[in-house]
Design a binder for this molecule. Structure first.
Ligand SMILES: N[C@@H](CCC(=O)N[C@@H](CS)C(=O)NCC(=O)O)C(=O)O
Length: 235
């Protein structure tokens, strides 16, 4: 798309947060230079552009860095409001609700499933599996309301928006964890709305173009486990 200026994204292929931002950039039809960044051995670029958190994603727009995936997605939606579909809901209450659940995802779901990978013992891992399942059960309750009991295909309505990106960017990791630990996190019996939504989300053009293969997440997880010395998978 013309007029985006100079856009660079410091990312890590398998990061859910980077995937979230890439989905937003894709929805807006923006082209950008993608720079894969080693977060286990941080380079000068990352430290210079995100000195506070030293994490990806970092979007660099005309030389100016934006950090924190939720903030970046909102920035992209505001700056390129006229491009692509709107990402944030137009209604203030729906916008607040989408932001509320996005924060829930980052505060509860993400640390729980990351904890499964990094757990030092099998007992600690079982606890994190429980926390992940509990967070997904809570999101099923949110889905009942936000998807109007399944009548709306996506949290944002007929197409994906802020909350779809926030939840959806974690889904390839649910599959990666299933492959690694044999636990079905998205269970049609327990979270039917979420399962149906996740299938629709995976089938969208944006997700097909952007979301990484779960096997790439499995390979990265094994590197993380080797570095942090966590308990190997039981199976
Ligand atoms: N709240 C941040 C989280 C970003 C984050 O945790 N990124 C990870 C990759 S998934 C990272 O860069 N980790 C490096 C580190 O923790 O040192 C966001 O939404 O952007």
């Amino acid at each position: 798309m013309a007029g985006e200026g100079d856009l660079k994204l410091l990312g890590l292929l398998v990061s859910p947060f980077v995937t979230r931002v890439r989905l937003a950039l894709h929805i807006k039809g923006l082209s950008y230079e993608y720079i894969e960044t080693d977060v286990l051995d941080k380079g000068e670029l990352l430290l210079r552009y995100n000195p506070v958190h030293k994490k990806v994603p970092v979007l660099i727009h005309n030389g100016v860095p934006l950090c924190e995936s939720q903030i970046i997605v909102q920035y992209v939606d505001e700056v390129w409001a006229a491009a692509g579909a709107p990402i944030l809901p137009a209604d203030a209450y729906q916008r607040a609700t989408a932001r509320f659940w996005a924060v829930y995802v980052d505060d509860k779901l993400f640390p729980a499933w990351l904890g499964i990978l990094l757990a030092p013992t099998e007992a600690a891992r079982a606890e994190k599996v429980g926390e992940t399942l509990a967070a997904l059960a809570q999101l099923e309750v949110a889905a009942a309301e936000c998807l109007d009991g399944g009548k709306r295909p996506f949290f944002a309505g007929d197409s994906i928006g802020f909350l779809d990106l926030a939840v959806g960017c974690n889904m390839f990791w649910m599959e990666a964890l299933r492959r690694m630990f044999g636990v079905t996190f998205l269970d049609a019996g327990k979270t039917p709305l979420l399962v149906a939504w996740a299938e629709r989300f995976a089938g969208t053009e944006a997700a097909t173009a952007v979301v990484p293969d779960p096997d790439a997440a499995v390979a990265f997880a094994r590197k993380l486990q080797a570095k942090y010395g966590s308990a190997p998978p039981a199976n």
